[in-house]
Design a protein around this ligand. Structure first.
Ligand code: SF4
Length: 348
């Protein structure tokens, strides 16, 4: 038996099967264990009567479950949003958000502790990078939200995930993709790939790899500026991967995947919300299979910008329409509990 424990939530179904077979047991036990973990949500060896005692003993010695105890849970006053501060095994903490919209529930999942990208208006970026999350820590966040829905007893299940929490998912590519493979496994949580949206600030090699690998998920790219200088002032990573390179990668993704890209635009009053800015976005994206999501800035302590008002947001949207670009103005959710876009920052 291996001395280093293996975490079940880090393993795809096939990897779990291989682990079980390698330790001299039937693959049938692997299938049963997978069902306990992802369908019955049992993580106590004593409560897995379908598995023989000998197997349970071996598994208990070599396998662990990734658990993320809730340190703090906060609810928004409108009842639509819940934010969970979850404790990792090494005492770091991350935030996960459950958001209710009409007819659906979405989990906003973190991919790193902190973030290296340093977007000036983002509380996670203001923390700096601490570490990548494991695939199991990403999966366990989704399981936690689904468990909350199950426990509420209203028949709701988790069906939508946005990888837009703490961290840059493409900076932690392998763990994130492994987690996605586990989340979409039809014998487990069975999330539809089209119900998962990965948001990147513009990590060009990751976008190209995603295009080449053809993973079934939506891609959102945070733009925020339509010229290199304006973008780099808000998103420092633009100095490494300039706007032109980013646009080439996005066009490559769209052509290869035959799928549109969602561009995220944080609207900051007086900074990037003028009619000239909207025309610049229109010129930049005209002709692309794209949708622009306009997100009025959510306040953070480390940035003194202010959000664009609704009227200016709709004016911006009207200009994008002139270029044939569909857009949405994001509903604001969870701002009173700092659970909105760019507001997540777990005290470490
Ligand atoms: S917006 Fe995203 S990529 Fe930028 S610093 Fe925040 S978490 Fe990182």
């Amino acid at each position: 038996m291996s001395a280093t424990p293996v975490y079940v939530h880090d393993l795809t179904r096939e990897e779990l099967r291989l682990w079980v077979v390698r330790h001299g047991f039937s693959p049938v036990h692997a299938a049963r264990l997978w069902k306990y973990v992802y369908l019955d949500r049992v993580e106590d060896w004593a409560h897995m009567p379908d598995l023989p005692v000998g197997f349970r003993r071996a598994a208990e010695a070599g396998l662990r479950f990734t658990t993320l105890p809730v340190a703090i849970e906060t609810h928004s006053t409108d009842g639509f949003t819940r934010k969970y501060l979850l404790a990792l095994a090494d005492e770091h903490r991350i935030e996960t958000v459950l958001m209710r919209y009409t007819g659906r529930v979405t989990a906003c999942i973190s991919s790193q502790v902190g973030c290296a990208m340093g977007c000036v208006f983002c509380a996670t970026g203001q923390m700096g990078y601490i570490r990548h999350l494991t695939a199991g820590e990403i999966v366990a966040q989704a399981l936690h939200v689904d468990d909350e829905l199950r426990a509420a007893g209203a028949g709701e299940r988790l069906r939508n995930i946005v990888l837009m929490g703490m961290g840059e998912p493409l900076h932690n590519y392998d763990a994130v993709m492994r987690a996605v493979d586990i989340l979409i496994d039809p014998s487990g949580l069975a999330l539809g790939g089209k119900k998962i949206t990965l948001s990147t600030v513009g990590v060009v090699p990751g976008i190209i790899r995603l295009a080449d690998e053809g993973r079934p998920m939506h891609l959102a790219v945070s733009l925020h500026g339509a010229t290199q200088a304006e973008r780099a002032a808000l998103v420092p990573v633009a100095k490494k991967w300039p706007l032109e390179e980013l646009m080439d990668a996005c066009r490559y993704y769209i052509a290869k995947q035959q799928r549109k890209i969602f561009y995220e635009w944080t609207l900051i009053a007086g900074k990037n919300d003028t009619p000239e800015n909207a025309h610049a976005v229109g010129h930049l994206l005209k002709g692309q299979e794209a949708q622009v999501n306009l997100i009025p800035l959510n306040p953070t302590q480390g940035y003194d910008g202010t959000p664009t008002d609704r009227e200016a947001a709709y004016r911006f949207q009207k200009i994008l329409r002139e270029y044939g670009l569909p857009s949405t103005v994001r509903q604001r959710r969870g701002i009173d509990i700092a659970a909105g876009c760019g507001q997540l920052a777990a005290a470490q």
